[in-house]
Ligand binder design. Structure first.
Ligand code: UD1
Length: 417
């Protein structure tokens, strides 16, 4: 496990490029299994979760090459339709291979996925939808075995919650169904749209509506294509937090402001000046930050749960009190105990956290417990007096490309050991 040593209280200034979106790249790489031939994926971030995805693709028989941020997947010679437990356990999004394999091979055998510990993360919505599409789903001793009976049946699916993963698995299954599938209350995250754009370039027929409706007309074959991954809105939000807590002035190249429509107003409430261009975002921090009153995490286009931890670190530096309500994950507050060790004043009651702002943080030794929680700890350490050592920072490599290098390029002092 790596650790980061951070010397705080340095102003951050400068320009950075926003990496490709992890949550787009992972399902799109999985989807390449269902598209026969070669898919060339550009702007693919260099992350440990991408490495695991490539391992899975190679296990299945795909030929995968990687040059910089371009990953090429040739799925012509797939030889397997199962994924071993040790690969499934390495990340949550391994579950997206379920839909991709059903479409590619008519059968899939996977175990329950792993991933960051954010409380229980069931997959009942995924499996219920697959059953409704005529797929036999057997769950036995931690494994899930899915088989197409005669064919995949297009149907109407009203999701009880707009789950990102379930929406992706349904889309991946429905692209090869007979007839039309209509998903209502589907997730509408930009990463879902990116997956649909990739699949449409492969020959799928998917339309997405504004109100969480996705319509998929099944096709018989998909062929590989070339696709560029969208910028990572969560990485962008994290760097915005880092800039704001350090009284900085930073420019994010490649950030798409419309993908941050629930995040930008929070920074404006804090008193930051936000200058937006089509794919550029400048964040200028005020002399004194003001506390945003309420942060409620919601499915897109609401405030993203993945940005809650770093924004909580930001709230510790604002004049006033901020109330956080975490509506997506039951226990996504692992970072609070460590923020308190740095001097933050936070009260937690169930899904509600109350952050008293304007606290002086001081460096000490702390531990990361999950990816976005680790980003919150780094954000807090950047504005803490003295030296902070954050242990177990391998989590960051799941979601941030060269986090230390990017922060240092803005003027931070972050040493990876
Ligand atoms: C994806 C993102 C993750 C983000 C999350 C919510 C990827 C790789 N990961 O995760 O970064 O935090 O969306 O925006 O894209 N649920 C059920 N039953 C199900 C499925 C989900 O109860 O069958 C619940 C989950 O327990 C959770 C909520 O729905 O409480 C949201 O989960 P979901 O949208 O599925 O998130 P993921 O796809 O796992």
């Amino acid at each position: 496990m790596s650790k980061l040593v951070i010397e705080g209280l340095r102003p951050l200034c400068g320009e950075i490029n926003v990496q490709g979106a992890k949550n787009s790249a992972l399902p799109i790489l999985a989807a390449s299994v269902a598209a026969r031939g070669e898919s060339v994926i550009h702007n693919c971030p260099r992350l440990s979760d991408i490495d695991v995805t490539i391992k899975i693709l190679r296990y299945l028989g795909c030929k995968v090459t990687r040059e910089g941020n371009t990953v090429t997947v040739d799925s012509t010679d797939i030889i397997r339709d199962d994924i071993p437990l040790e690969l499934m356990r390495e990340m949550r999004s391994s579950i997206i291979f379920l839909g991709a394999l059903i479409s590619a091979a008519g059968h899939a055998r996977v175990s329950f996925p792993g991933g960051c510990d954010l409380g229980p993360r069931p997959i009942d919505i995924h499996l219920k939808a697959l059953r409704k599409m005529g797929i036999t789903v057997n769950e036995h001793r931690g494994f899930i075995d899915c088989t197409i009976n005669k064919n995949i049946k297009g149907c109407k699916l009203a999701l009880e919650f707009p789950s990102v993963g379930a929406t992706e698995n349904i889309i991946l299954t429905a692209v090869k169904a007979q007839g039309r599938t209509i998903i209502t209350n589907a997730a509408a995250e930009p990463e879902i749209i990116d997956l649909c754009d990739f699949l449409n370039s492969c020959g799928a027929k998917i339309t997405t509506g504004d109100s969480g409706t996705v319509i998929i007309d099944g096709v018989s074959t998909l062929n590989g294509c070339s696709h560029c991954i969208i910028p990572d809105r969560i990485a962008a939000a994290t760097y915005m937090c880092a800039g704001a807590v350090c009284g900085g002035d930073i420019v994010l190249n490649g950030g798409i402001p419309s993908h941050l429509s629930a995040v930008i107003p929070v920074f404006e409430e804090c008193g930051c000046i936000i200058m937006q261009e089509q794919s550029k975002l400048r964040v200028i921090a005020p002399d004194r930050l003001k506390a945003p009153k309420f942060i409620r995490t919601m499915p897109y286009p609401g405030f993203p749960t993945d940005a809650q931890p770093p924004v909580m670190a930001l709230a510790t530096q604002c004049d006033g009190t901020t109330v956080f309500v975490e509506n997506i994950f039951e226990s996504r507050y692992n970072h609070i105990s460590e923020l308190i060790r740095l001097g933050a004043k936070i009260k937690l009651e169930g899904r509600v956290a109350v952050v008293e702002g304007n606290t002086s943080l001081y460096g000490t030794n702390i531990h990361a417990f999950d990816l976005r929680g680790a980003a919150a700890l780094v954000t807090a350490a950047l504005c803490a007096e003295g030296k902070t050592v954050i242990y177990d920072t391998d989590y960051l490599e799941r979601g941030y490309e060269d986090f230390d290098v990017v922060l240092n390029s803005l003027g931070a002092s972050v040493k990876k050991i």
